[in-house]
Design a protein around this ligand. Structure first.
Ligand SMILES: CC(C)(COP(=O)(O)OP(=O)(O)OC[C@H]1O[C@@H](n2cnc3c(N)ncnc32)[C@H](O)[C@@H]1OP(=O)(O)O)[C@@H](O)C(=O)NCCC(=O)NCCSC(=O)C(=O)O
Length: 400
């Protein structure tokens, strides 16, 4: 851990239970901004993210990222003693994040009512597939299903292919992001009311929140959004265009002002006339023709030359990046978009930096995901007053 100035959430203590991504991504964001995030894990197994994903030298590369900046304690919440430990932690926390199957906390005697009795100011963030009520509330949920039922899958992919997923666990991360926002709002409200509350994040609703005008389009215009590959129908030009060296460049000129500048860069200023393609509606109607025109132009140039021309003209454009492109990019370097930490076994460990940047109290990645139970002695000693004997007894009984 580094010794930089504290982040904006440095006075907050967050206890994180649950696993995988949807809940833990909320904890990741709060830790990025300085909250003390205490991750409570099953002593027998720990969070499955410790094992998932691509490995290097036998070490998961997922865990150091999702658990960055967090502390790890072990505590068997199935046991009465483990439940007592969690109650004691929660009594001294501002936020509890959980993403168990609905009803799990209640089964363990840790219902919102019980927890608010211990700590009326507690903000309880609950992430589930479907929310805490409604006919599906009891169902187990994954981000993939939330993406499907929230509407994202139906519109993702090529029109003649089955729905595709994005290459990341987007539904989970969206749920985690809304959960962090919900925690902040509930803490803000607590300043007025003095009370905490429950933040109920359903993964399918977190996805639905991003679906723009999908529902009114269907009800009021009889329009069902479909998969449309790299384009959005009627929004033009915005697509991937081929270059002379076999790459593809994304160009977005779907606004009158920007389109005029693209036409100038193409030496075709006449195309931007009102009675040609100068209006949003005309470009939408002649989208395919316009894309062909632009492709014919982009194909004549190598990628770098094309991008130089477009940037100079003030037209948003960029290559489709892989990790290698990011690592080599001077802008990423100048803004420290990639932060590098020292992994005890793997050495130099790169990952995405915190977003957004705060001018006075910036966030910071303060450490890689901890070892299982690495902070048992520290946390249980400082917060619960546990001495060496107590810790040994808990270990012996497999409570921690
Ligand atoms: C993902 C799930 C379907 C997994 O279901 P289950 O494994 O059956 O149940 P639970 O989550 O309730 O509990 C997980 C198990 O871990 C145990 N567990 C976990 N932590 C502890 C601690 N600290 N102590 C004791 N036991 C623990 C728990 O008792 C269960 O084991 P047993 O006691 O043996 O039963 C569910 O958690 C769920 O619906 N969560 C809400 C939605 C969500 O967050 N989905 C995952 C998003 S991430 C994702 O989609 C993705 O990464 O991909």
């Amino acid at each position: 851990m580094t010794t930089s100035p504290p982040g904006p959430l440095a006075d907050l203590r967050v206890v994180e239970t649950g696993s995988l991504i949807a809940g833990p991504f909320c904890g990741q964001l709060l830790a990025d901004f300085g909250a003390e995030v205490i991750k409570v894990e099953d002593p027998a197994r720990g969070d499955p993210m410790r094992e998932w994903g691509v490995h290097a030298e036998g070490t998961s590369l997922s865990w150091p990222v999702i658990a960055r900046g967090k502390k790890s304690v072990t505590c068997d919440l199935r046991s009465a003693e483990g439940q007592r430990i969690l109650r004691e932690l929660v009594a001294q926390a501002d936020v509890l994040v959980e993403n168990f199957r609905p009803g799990t906390l209640e089964r363990w005697g840790l219902s919102p009512e019980a927890l608010h009795e211990i700590n009326p100011g507690l903000v309880l963030v609950r992430v589930t597939g479907y929310g805490q009520d409604g006919p599906y509330a009891g169902r187990a949920g994954f981000g993939s299903i939330g993406e499907a039922m929230g509407g994202l899958r139906h519109v993702t992919g090529e029109p003649d292919r089955p729905p595709s997923r994005t290459g990341i666990s987007l539904g989970d991360s969206l749920a985690g992001t809304f959960s962090a926002l919900g925690a902040m709002m509930a803490l803000h409200a607590r300043q007025r009311t003095g009370r905490g509350q429950v933040v109920d994040t359903a993964i399918y609703e977190a996805v639905l929140a991003f679906m723009e005008s999908l529902l009114p389009e269907w009800q009021l215009a009889g329009h069902r959004r479909e998969r449309t590959g790299a384009i959005l129908p009627g929004i033009a030009p915005s697509n991937a265009y081929p270059t002379a060296d076999g790459a593809e460049v994304i160009i977005g000129a779907n606004r009158d002002t920007v389109f005029t500048r693209l036409c100038a860069a193409m030496d075709r200023p006449e195309l931007a006339a009102e009675d040609e393609l100068g209006t949003h509606a005309a470009r939408g109607e002649r989208q395919r023709e316009l894309d062909e025109l632009i492709s014919a132009w982009t194909r004549t140039m190598p990628t770098d030359e094309l991008l130089d021309r477009l940037h100079e003209a003030g037209v948003p454009a960029g290559r489709v990046y892989t990790a290698a492109d990011m690592a080599a990019d001077p802008h990423f370097a100048a803004r420290k978009a990639i932060v590098r930490l020292m992994h005890p076994e793997l050495g130099d460990f790169p990952m995405q930096n915190v977003v957004p940047r705060l001018s006075d109290t910036p966030g910071e990645v303060r450490g890689l995901g901890p070892e299982l139970g690495e902070h048992n002695d520290e946390v249980y000693g400082a917060l619960l007053g546990a001495d060496a004997g107590q810790l040994a007894r808990w270990r012996e009984a497999k409570v921690i």
